[in-house]
Write a protein that binds this ligand. Structure first.
Ligand code: ADP
Length: 491
């Protein structure tokens, strides 16, 4: 009987189940959209029970529709939207508040109050003080529900990110664990000692008894008894770390960028954490056996979203794909530069106040130039993050591994390679997040023997090689820097 590793990918917009074979190919998959709730401006919540049900649905779907049973599954790997916070009642197993989604700003004022702890947080957790992370979301829930703090201190409440919640439910409450990658997004996990930091917990007044045990990313978490008595869960990682693993970025310096709505860059920095002083985040990439691997992380807020803006607001294109054909109709942007700072600029500028701008318009500017300049801005912003990482680590990224929806655009990928003077490598399986979770689980069970075994089956579909003169890159860099500077002056 053919065996597969089942990857569960619980994301912000959908839940997916995929079955991977030993070649690292998706043989079967099922997907279900999940709903977001917006109770107030800037608040984003989800029904935690619905998230769990969506997991059961996609697992049933992928098995039933393909005439498979649980006997076909070697083990389960889980990857999840990070930081999203769920608190539930230990006795009933029911959530006491909606899941607060990572993007939600409802705990902003708590972080304002905690601003004084910023340096401690940064030095111990590698993060920046921000409502994205779980700590202020837990605080919000304990302050909002009746007797929250008291119930937590009495051991009546449990906290988990989505990985913990799913494991708890599909094990009939027997597994109460998380992995180091998810724990490292809580804002109270010490990335040096790899344990919850008592001092930070005290400052945030979060009782340790409501926190899950932290395990290695590739380890035996327990049995998914609600599905089948002896079905093992053996891999867990937050989505971006899972993608880094799925991209086979196993060595220090190896990096991936995901081109989705925003862009998420992660660089493997090896076995020692490095605390950034340019606003990059340090995070645990994974832990396998005794070996911990760390990563630097930086993000671009508006990546593929700028193409959606061209489509929906500017109405210059009907479909994201057209951004490529329009860009190829002209030989340059004719001096046009678009800075899509719609919500400010992230690393390395960290400017929340500035807004988007367009430069270099002339009477000859056509929409083709405008579209091309917008597309190029995705690669230029990525370059800013990459150069920051290279500077901090003293490592040159000679090959950038890529994934995400906008990698379908070969103009963008070639341009990225050109302006970085680096190769850009597109894997065969674009489901790198789910693949990473599958690899972590399969490594534990022997489905894949070791990292070499994984590397030997991992395939690539396309390699972009840089092909731009240094003098041209210099002009592009200078124009971009000037545009950023001017954008930041206009407030
Ligand atoms: P997310 O996971 O953030 O929802 P996806 O990885 O599904 O994102 O990618 C979707 C994003 O990619 C959208 O913002 C879309 O505009 C962009 N995109 C999709 N196809 C293309 C394309 N051919 N060229 C440029 N951008 C694209």
């Amino acid at each position: 009987m053919e065996k597969y590793v089942l990857a569960i990918d619980q994301g912000t917009t959908s839940t997916r189940a995929m079955l991977f074979n030993h070649e690292g190919e998706v043989k079967f998959k099922a997907q279900q959209e999940v709903e977001c709730l917006y109770p107030h401006d800037g608040w984003v919540e989800q029904d935690a029970f619905d998230l769990y049900l969506s997991v059961l649905n996609v697992i049933n779907d992928v098995l039933l529709k393909n005439n498979l049973t649980y006997d076909n599954i070697d083990s389960i790997g889980i990857t999840n939207q990070r930081e999203t916070t769920i608190v539930w009642d230990k006795n009933t197993g029911m959530p006491v508040y909606n899941a607060i989604v990572w993007q939600s700003r409802q705990s902003n004022s708590i972080c304002e109050e905690w601003k004084k702890y910023e340096n401690q947080v940064h030095q111990k957790t590698g993060l920046i003080m921000n409502p994205y992370f779980s700590a202020s979301k837990i605080r919000f829930i304990l302050d909002t529900i009746p007797d929250g703090q008291k119930r937590a201190e009495n051991g009546e409440l449990l906290f988990g990110n989505v990985d913990t919640w799913i494991m708890y439910k599909i094990s009939n409450g027997e597994i109460y664990k998380t992995d180091v990658t998810n724990a490292s997004r809580s804002m109270f996990f010490n990335i040096y000692t790899l344990s919850y930091d008592d001092e930070l917990l005290k400052l945030f007044n979060i009782p340790a008894c409501m926190l899950p045990e932290v395990s290695e990313s590739s380890s035996f978490f327990g049995y998914a008894k609600a599905l089948k008595e002896d079905l093992k869960i053996c891999g867990v990682a937050g989505d971006q770390q899972a993608a880094l693993f799925g991209q086979n970025c196993f060595k220090s310096g190896e990096s991936k960028n995901t081109y989705g709505t925003g862009c998420f860059m992660l660089m493997n920095i090896g076995e020692k954490p490095l605390i950034s002083d340019t606003g990059l985040i340090t995070t645990v990439a994974w832990k396998i056996g005794d070996k911990v691997t760390y990563a630097l992380e930086g993000s671009v807020f508006i990546g593929g979203a700028s193409i959606q803006w061209l489509r929906d607001e500017m109405r210059m294109i009907k479909d994201a794909k057209e951004s490529e054909s329009y860009s190829r109709k002209v030989t340059s942007t004719r001096g046009v530069v678009v800075v899509p700072a719609f919500v400010g600029l992230g690393a390395p500028y960290w400017d929340n106040e500035c807004r988007g701008a367009v430069f270099g318009l002339t009477r000859a500017t056509k929409k083709e130039h405008f579209i091309r300049a917008t597309l190029e801005s995705i690669a230029l912003q990525t370059k800013d993050v990459i150069k920051t990482m290279e500077k901090e680590t003293n490592i040159h990224i000679s090959t950038l591994k890529v994934d995400g929806g906008a990698t379908a655009n070969s103009y963008l990928m070639q341009y990225q390679s050109d302006i970085l003077s680096s190769e850009v490598l597109l894997p065969n399986c674009l489901e790198t997040t789910a693949l990473g979770a599958a690899y972590l689980a399969g490594l534990q069970t022997g489905f894949w023997k070791d990292l070499e075994d994984i590397k030997s089956v991992h395939k690539y579909q396309r390699l972009y090689k840089p092909n731009m003169k240094k003098s041209e890159i210099k002009i592009i860099d200078k124009r971009w820097k000037t545009a950023i500077k001017a954008t930041r002056m206009f407030k």
